[in-house]
Design a protein around this ligand. Structure first.
Ligand code: C5P
Length: 222
């Protein structure tokens, strides 16, 4: 049987990254940051100067991606072809390319098995857009995390500031709305809560509040 999976889906900036990492640490489980995989595919396209409207070419490159996730103190080092690109993939321009190529069904299927390979004992916390609907439909717990677009833009802004990256708040809000629109309206694996997901609106909740609620759900299910 496959290792147990907790799927945490939702739009960008809802706090999935931080919350998924904290839950994985608490449980001692593996972590899948599936957005990072799409970002790695995007960065790879940029480095190879591939025309990103060529679906077949982008999917072929995605199927050959050489990536590594190395757990380090308080985070993960992310490698592309041996280079540390942990910072480079967080760039907003790379996020925008990621969301464009993530709309291609051939790209999604090229990356499917790679994501499923993360499900190993003792368990996996999977963070993304379609973890509960497509990649791990049998997940033992599915959470759909949301927050208003304004709040998500503010959080992203703070996060970037803390990383020493300058960004304008109105630009971030525009980008978040454009990304939501692409992620929700694509025909292949659109961003939608699984039927059996528990939806948590985090607009008014702190990270600690959200973790407390998810931990309570976990102890009920496991
Ligand atoms: O979550 P993050 O912002 O890192 O994801 C980057 C982009 O990758 C998203 O905007 C989305 O288009 C895509 N993505 C996806 N499916 C996932 C995770 C991310 O389509 N499971």
């Amino acid at each position: 049987a496959m290792a147990p999976v907790i799927a945490i889906d939702g739009p960008g900036g809802a706090g999935k990254g931080t919350i998924s990492r904290r839950i994985a640490e608490t449980l001692g489980w593996h972590l899948l940051d599936s957005g990072a995989i799409y970002r790695l595919a995007a960065l790879d396209c940029e480095r190879r100067q591939l025309p990103i409207d060529d679906e077949a070419l982008v999917a072929h490159a995605a199927s050959e991606l050489e990536i590594d996730f190395i757990p380090v103190d308080g985070g993960t080092r992310i490698l592309l072809g041996g280079d540390d690109v942990s910072q480079a993939i967080r760039n907003e321009a790379i996020g925008a390319i990621a969301s464009r190529i993530a709309a291609y069904p051939v790209v999604r299927s090229a990356l499917l098995e790679r994501q499923r390979d993360f499900a190993k004992a003792p368990g996996l916390v999977a963070d993304g857009r379609d973890m509960g609907t497509v990649v791990f439909p049998d997940a033992s717990l599915k959470i759909f995390l949301t927050a208003s677009a304004d709040e998500r833009a503010r959080r992203r802004h703070r996060q970037l500031q803390e990383a020493g990256i300058h960004a304008s708040l109105p630009d971030l809000l525009e980008e978040i709305k454009a990304r939501d629109d692409r992620d929700m309206n694509r025909s292949s694996s659109p961003l939608v809560a699984a039927e059996d997901a528990v939806t948590l609106d985090t607009t008014e909740l702190s990270i600690e509040d959200v973790i407390t609620r998810i931990t309570a759900l976990i102890s009920k299910r496991h």
